[in-house]
Design a protein around this ligand. Structure first.
Ligand code: GLN
Length: 246
């Protein structure tokens, strides 16, 4: 039994669309493989125990909540960079994803500095990008299905790796065909709400990498995942019927 130490950044501020459910999925998928998730909130003013966290999670939030956490996040930046350089996993969703980039210019035109852990920046546009999304992730030989709702248009730096290529939906900016970003074990995406319940392969990838950080190199046993596969199929189908981009 290995304990996977999860640091949940700003659970009181960045937690819209049931992002917390992603952690419940990780906990359950770890449990049935005989491992345990130890989830610690890392809120305002709290230290980031860089060496002892295997996986950081930061969820989505509206512009107002993002602005509230920005000064505190700046104080945590060095520790988060150190943790990522040491091989800790980071999953950031929507508002949290934007703040992992260099900056987010919000709908009011206010420039919020991010921590530059991912090579990108974001500028809010007038029209929100909302709906089901389907991505192709050739790096994993899989697809990701989810739901997006954001005003921010995220632009990846030249050469940065997207998390996936948009099959249906808007993705990062509605034009590039990119969605999300990945760099080593740091993942950012706009897909929120039930991201991991519908995409168990991605949950297992995060768990495998977190276990490796905890010192256990292992291949996780397959699970039946009938409901998960059905949920993925329904979501993927909704996205396909929604059609193309902006
Ligand atoms: N405030 C950001 C945007 O609208 C993020 C929203 C969210 O996390 N859903 O772009």
């Amino acid at each position: 039994m290995t304990v996977i130490r999860v640091g949940h950044l700003y659970p009181d501020y960045l937690n819209i669309y049931a992002d917390r459910g992603n952690i419940a999925v990780l906990a359950e998928r770890a449990r049935v493989r005989g491992h345990e998730l130890d989830v610690r909130p890392i809120g305002m003013g709290m230290d980031v125990p860089a060496e002892t966290i295997d996986l950081f999670y930061v969820g989505g939030g509206q512009d107002r909540d993002q602005a509230l956490v920005v000064p505190d996040l700046a104080a945590k930046s060095d520790a988060l960079h150190e943790a990522a350089a040491g091989g800790a996993v980071v999953l950031a969703v929507c508002g949290g994803y934007q703040l992992l980039g260099r900056s987010y210019r919000d709908v009011a035109g206010v420039e919020l500095p991010g921590i530059g852990l991912l090579p990108l920046h974001t500028v809010a546009g007038a029209r929100r990008m909302i709906g089901d999304v389907l991505l192709d992730c050739p790096w994993a030989g899989e697809t990701l299905a989810g739901f997006e709702n954001h005003a921010g248009r995220t632009l990846l730096d030249e050469g940065a790796e997207p998390l996936g290529r948009v099959i249906s939906g808007f993705g990062n900016d509605g034009a590039s065909g990119h969605e999300g970003c990945r760099a080593g074990r740091v993942y950012g995406t706009y897909l929120h709400g039930p991201l991991l319940p519908r995409n168990p392969w991605f949950a297992d990838r995060l768990l495998t990498e977190a276990l490796a950080h905890a010192g256990l190199y292992t291949e996780l046993a397959e699970l039946p995942d009938e409901l998960e596969r059905a949920a993925h199929a329904v979501s993927a189908d909704r996205a396909r019927r929604r059609g193309g981009r902006i």
